[in-house]
Design a protein around this ligand. Structure first.
Ligand code: OAD
Length: 250
């Protein structure tokens, strides 16, 4: 059965009346593509939690282990396809002259769904960064065997790391500032698939609301953002976002 109801009507009304839209996404948007979320069942790898591996300390201790985890995750991302939720977000971009997608996801699925005006707040699983010279580069198309040695920088020979913001690290330059500035002038903010446990991303949405944006949340589970939202669509993003897009005037 297609997703429907008064909450959808209200969300569509908000979007139809907004001149500028910020979309903020988290791992839940990619769940229907088969990519495990961080919190909740199915997020474990060889009995490790993400919080134990996505840190500079874990990388310093055992870069091979951290690379094995990222190769495993990257292969899942490469084998996955964008779902109807990603495609609906790309469709929303065409309807708003002023639009920004800020994603916490590193999987690259928004880009593959043709989203263009976007910020990858936490970096990309498809890029490496040299711990020596700082060069950011595309990783090879094939992630290779999980247990291969950590890759090295072609120009300088330094150890490469995933170009991802880990727990305890600062954000890449300018990224947060751009997202907060956009949120403060947005007419509407649409949040989808985030537990809102990680700050500052959750704060971008709440700060935008405090500056006057109408806030819509899409998440089957209740979160701090769904509680604060003007409208909470308690349904998977792959169902509710296409339904929302279909309600908008062309
Ligand atoms: P989480 O794993 O914390 O939360 C995923 C959210 O998606 C939960 O609230 C689920 O209820 C919701 N969800 C699950 N299936 C869904 C669906 N089909 N449609 C909509 N929502 C669904 O993921 P994030 O909030 O993205 O950081 O986590 C934030 C950050 O924590 C990540 O970017 C990552 C992690 O540490 C880094 O890697 C730096």
């Amino acid at each position: 059965m297609a997703f429907d109801g008064p909450d959808l009507d209200r969300a569509a009304e908000i979007l139809a009346g907004a001149e500028s839209l910020l979309v903020l996404t988290g791992a839940g948007v990619s769940a229907e593509s088969g990519i495990p979320t961080f919190r909740g069942a199915g997020g474990l790898w060889r009995n490790f939690r993400a919080e134990e591996l996505a840190t500079p300390e874990a990388f310093a201790r055992d870069p091979g282990l951290v690379w094995s985890w990222y190769r495993w995750r990257r292969r899942i991302c490469l084998e996955a396809s964008p779902n109807a939720g990603h495609l609906a977000i790309a469709g929303l971009e065409d309807r708003f002259p002023s639009f920004l997608l800020a994603t916490q996801n590193v999987d690259g699925l928004h880009r593959r769904a043709s989203s263009r005006r976007m910020l990858e707040l936490h970096g990309s699983i498809h890029h490496s960064r040299c711990t020596g010279c700082g060069t950011v580069a595309d990783l090879p198309a094939d992630p290779g065997p999980e247990d291969a040695p950590p890759p090295r920088c072609a120009p300088c020979g330094g150890l490469l790391r995933p170009h991802i913001v880990w727990f305890g690290e600062g954000y890449h330059e300018g990224v947060l500032e751009t997202a907060f500035a956009f949120a403060r002038t947005a007419g509407a903010i649409l949040v989808a698939g985030t537990s809102a446990m990680v700050w500052p991303p959750a704060a971008i949405a709440l700060d935008g609301q405090a500056h006057g944006a109408a806030l819509i949340d899409v998440n089957p589970e209740e979160t701090e953002i769904s509680r604060a939202a003007d409208v909470w669509l308690a349904a998977p993003s792959g169902e509710s976002l296409p339904a929302l897009l279909a309600r908008l005037p062309r």
